[in-house]
Design a protein around this ligand. Structure first.
Ligand SMILES: Nc1nc2c(c(=O)[nH]1)N[C@@H](CN(C=O)c1ccc(C(=O)N[C@@H](CCC(=O)O)C(=O)O)cc1)CN2
Length: 299
């Protein structure tokens, strides 16, 4: 029987643990975790994600601040806001929603966030800590951290002897996911658009992680029987069967046909997506504990 991985349920249990940890911090220090989320421009999906983040932060008992900036915001204005948030003692985590409008230099903005407040885990200090096996003292990018919790649920903490393929090499997901799998002793390959014969690489994988942004690219004959398949894609496609102009959400994996071969598979929606926001809450509470010189909880 194939296991359909329930990301919503796991995310809810992470959020519950975060809420308990936030309450304990407030009780012990009088300080609650503070999260600032910054969004620039009018992208509807980004606005929906940011609203969910702000709402979830409040639900966890955090101080939650949202800065909504106009599309034409300049690099300097955005960097000045980040500097203000870096200096604010009530703010433990700063997140700038991506993608930014094209005229802005995202990398410069991300690298201007203090590493200890970089709850997205994208600063070179945090990426470097993960790459050198020191993730415990840094902050790990939210989506891979959440995907890894799902992998551990199925395969346990030690992936010795297992082959993993991560399709996608972004800084936000592919590279940190590969590092997390490697840290858990998997034998890791990163595949991408220039790789030769991705289906053949995929068929070797006990753990197959797809993050390419191509709707339903991974087919049943890519999947090793019994493999754990983690789908990180979020693609909105036309759904004429639902009516004219309607859409539906699909991942990078053709779910029904791959589920027939896999041992466990994460769906879209309801798989990795909900873990992203839960792990942002986890990173914020970790940053808040560290700011108060207290041992941070583990998730
Ligand atoms: N600064 C960041 N920007 C972006 C990140 C990020 O981690 N940091 N990730 C994505 C978007 N994202 C969070 O920001 C995100 C994407 C998807 C979900 C989610 O819960 N998806 C649901 C479906 C939602 C829907 O119906 O549209 C699911 O998969 O079940 C949460 C967060 C890019 N930007």
């Amino acid at each position: 029987m194939t296991t359909v991985i329930d990301g919503k349920k796991t995310a809810a249990s992470v959020v519950e643990a975060v809420t308990v940890a936030a309450a304990a911090l407030e009780r012990d220090t009088g300080r609650r975790p503070g999260l600032a989320v910054v969004i620039v421009g009018n992208d509807p999906a980004s606005h929906a994600y940011v609203s969910s983040k702000s709402r979830m932060a409040k639900q966890c008992g955090f101080k939650s601040v949202q800065h909504t900036l106009a599309e034409e915001t300049s690099q300097q204005e955005l960097m000045e806001l980040v500097a203000t948030l870096n200096a604010d003692p009530e703010i433990d985590g700063v997140l700038v929603q991506l993608p930014l409008p094209k005229h802005l230099n995202s990398e410069a903005v991300i690298q201007s966030i203090l590493p200890e407040k970089d709850v997205d885990g994208l600063h070179v200090v945090n990426a470097g800590k993960l790459a050198t096996g020191d993730a415990e003292t840094g902050l790990v990018s939210c989506t891979p951290a959440g995907a890894m919790i799902l992998v551990r649920q199925i395969r346990g903490p030690d992936l010795s002897g297992l082959n993993a393929l991560v399709i996608g090499r972004s800084n936000l997901f592919g590279k940190p996911m590969a590092q997390l799998l490697l840290a858990a002793n998997a034998t890791v390959t990163i595949g991408h658009s220039k790789s030769r014969d991705l289906p053949a690489l995929a068929r070797q994988a006990d753990i197959l992680v797809a993050a390419v942004g191509r709707p339903e690219m991974v087919k049943a004959d890519w999947v090793k029987p019994g493999a754990t398949v983690i789908d990180v894609g979020i693609n909105r496609v036309a759904a004429p069967e639902k009516g004219e102009g309607k859409t539906r959400l699909v991942g990078d994996v053709a779910f029904a046909e791959c589920a027939a071969v896999a041992g466990a598979i994460s769906p879209v929606p309801g798989g990795v997506g909900p873990m992203t926001i839960a792990m942002l809450m986890a990173n914020t509470v970790i940053a808040a504990y560290r700011a108060q010189n207290k041992p941070a909880p583990k998730f």
